[in-house]
Design a protein around this ligand. Structure first.
Ligand SMILES: Cc1cc2nc3c(=O)[nH]c(=O)nc-3n(C[C@H](O)[C@H](O)[C@H](O)COP(=O)(O)O)c2cc1C
Length: 202
């Protein structure tokens, strides 16, 4: 598949078939993820695969908890939130055969001074996000779907995901990615802004 096709076909997939993703496929996805650039070449990113039924259930519950917090934060009426909760718990939105969590190890850094704390953290997050995009594009090529989950970064939830992964507070979750074979075709979403709106030429 050409890069252009993978980029234009990629879209967030939130419903998956009940079909396993092979270990070989996980290796392929991780292989392209670690080809991403990393600030100062640090590669300080553990990738944690949640595959067992129990681990997946716990991760799913945390995603659902985060999504409900998000819906409340955007002031959705409780009735609508109930419907969305139903989509998750009854219809299986976000239930995937595997979840990949991408963390950074905050201790691994190049610039040591306190004045670089923030920029080092941002660089690590940016690097991990680039790995995630590589992985998501490769997923398209392999006929898989994925969605970037950010709500698991909410306070109280991020540390629970870290706990499930067996990692301590030296680590930080950048993104949690449910991956699987799409339950149905999802059309790529249109962009609200055109190039002329976002590009400034000086
Ligand atoms: C950093 C980040 C966090 C996101 N968090 C969530 C999330 O918590 N739940 C979710 O359903 N989608 C999440 N998304 C997916 C976006 O909603 C989606 O990318 C956006 O609406 C554009 O749609 P598209 O990916 O289909 O092009 C996240 C995307 C990014 C990049």
């Amino acid at each position: 598949m050409e890069l252009d096709e993978a980029i234009s076909k990629r879209t967030s997939v939130r419903y998956f078939r009940d079909e396993p993703v092979s270990e070989e496929t996980i290796w392929e996805l991780t292989g392209v993820a670690i080809r991403a650039p990393t600030a100062s070449g640090l590669e300080n990113w553990p990738f944690v695969l949640f595959q067992s039924g129990e681990a997946r259930r716990k991760v799913f519950d945390l995603i659902a908890e985060g999504m409900v917090e998000y819906y409340r934060a955007v002031d959705l009426p409780e009735e609508k939130i109930g419907k969305l909760r139903n989509r998750m718990y009854t219809e299986g939105m976000y239930r995937a055969p595997v979840y990949i969590a991408v963390f950074i190890d905050r201790r691994v850094r190049f610039l040591k001074g306190r004045e670089f704390d923030e920029v080092e953290f941002i660089w690590s997050v940016e690097s991990a996000a680039m790995a995630i995009e590589n992985l998501m594009l490769k997923a398209v090529e392999l006929g898989l779907g994925a969605v970037y989950i950010g709500v698991t970064n909410f306070r109280g939830i991020e540390e629970k995901v870290r706990g499930l992964a067996g990692l301590d507070e030296n680590y930080y979750l950048v993104g949690l990615i449910p991956i699987g074979y799409p339950r149905w075709d999802v059309k790529p979403r249109k962009r609200r802004k055109g190039i002329e709106e976002v590009l400034r030429v000086l």
